[in-house]
Write a protein that binds this ligand. Structure first.
Ligand code: SF4
Length: 329
């Protein structure tokens, strides 16, 4: 079956992935492979805009790639690589920065949010972050980018930058990427309050053992109004129930929905059921992860091969870009 076109997506090297990463991105990455030629990039240069220490950068890159592969990214079909292995992206970033008004970057809500988070490290790279992100996408002439609602402004920025470049140099060498809208549910952490995140330590790691996973599930916040076992609960406000809807059978979801409301099931048993189903779901992932991890070099070989394939595309596009600008050969 011929595929629709090329998809690009990048993610920062955050090490071992958690359930939020899985439901919000990795599952989509895997599914998109059936319809698109996919390029998945571990954006280590982007990480430098906010990361203070690079001591874990290599390990985090490896662990993330390992999780992607174990989850079903197919490296013989898709290109999986590390951003810094394709230096052409830095060149394109510089060239695109010449057609980008500074005010447009500093007006972006995401920039303002980053300043708030990192008031003592407002570096030049942080301002230019969306330009580098645009370069990531257009360097491979990606037609489509999977985006959740919160990333839509960045894609629009990329599309405008492409139009500015093509207009300035009277060319059509760069193409405007389209959004592929994907299901990206906001996954709440085990605290039952904040979005699941490693930095808040409210996450469930995909690679955790079944025992560790069960222990984390048992810590999950539930309906705060349900204090006693005999109190009826409200599954509509309970994060455990949200997870049941993803990982449990329709019958089990119906059962929890009914029994919780009449105190027929306690939260401990309800969580045990979810933990059992989650562990069953993750079992094939864990087995594949363990198998790949026996030969760590295999992961680096895959990333290096991906980098080689990505560079081949990138160099071809950069040749067109340099010619369009009129740079001396
Ligand atoms: S029984 Fe289940 S759905 Fe109901 S409050 Fe407890 S954990 Fe949540």
């Amino acid at each position: 079956m011929s595929k629709k076109g090329r998809v690009f997506s990048g993610a920062r090297p955050t090490g071992r992935q958690h359930l939020g990463n899985y439901l919000g991105a990795i599952q989509n990455y895997v599914a998109l492979q059936d319809t698109y030629d996919c390029i998945y990039c571990i954006v280590d240069i982007h990480a430098l805009t906010t990361v203070e220490s690079t001591a874990d950068l290599k390990d985090n890159t490896y662990e993330m790639a390992l999780d992607w592969l174990a989850a079903g990214i197919r490296p013989d079909e898709s290109i999986v690589f590390v951003q810094s292995h394709v230096p052409q992206v830095m060149e394109l970033h510089t060239l695109l920065s010449m057609v980008t008004p500074l005010g447009k970057l500093t007006d972006l809500p995401t920039f303002k949010e980053k300043i708030r988070q990192n008031p003592n490290n407002v570096n030049y790279g942080l301002v230019g972050y969306p330009v580098l992100m645009t370069a990531d996408i257009v360097l491979y002439k990606a037609e489509a980018v999977p985006v959740g609602v919160d990333q839509a402004p960045h894609l629009e920025f990329a599309r405008e930058t492409v139009r500015s470049f093509n207009f300035r140099y009277n060319t059509n060498v760069l193409i405007e990427p389209q959004a592929v809208h994907t299901e990206t549910p906001k996954v709440i952490g085990i605290d039952g309050k904040e979005k699941m995140s490693k930095s808040l330590d409210n996450h469930i790691e995909l690679a955790a053992t079944p025992e560790e996973t069960t222990a984390r599930v048992m810590q999950m916040g539930t309906d705060p109004a349900r204090v006693l076992r005999t109190d009826p609960g409200n599954p509509d406000v309970c994060n455990v129930f949200s997870m049941h809807k993803i990982f449990s059978s329709a019958e089990e979801v119906d059962m929890v929905n009914v029994e919780c409301r009449r105190a027929g099931i306690g939260c401990v048993d309800c969580k045990k059921l979810f933990a059992k189903n989650l562990n069953a779901h993750l079992e094939p992932f864990r087995a594949k992860r363990a198998e790949i991890a026996q030969n760590p070099q295999q992961v680096w070989d895959i990333l290096h091969d991906g980098g080689k394939r990505a560079r081949a595309i990138a160099e071809g596009v950069m040749g067109e870009v340099r010619a369009a600008i009129g740079l001396p050969e």
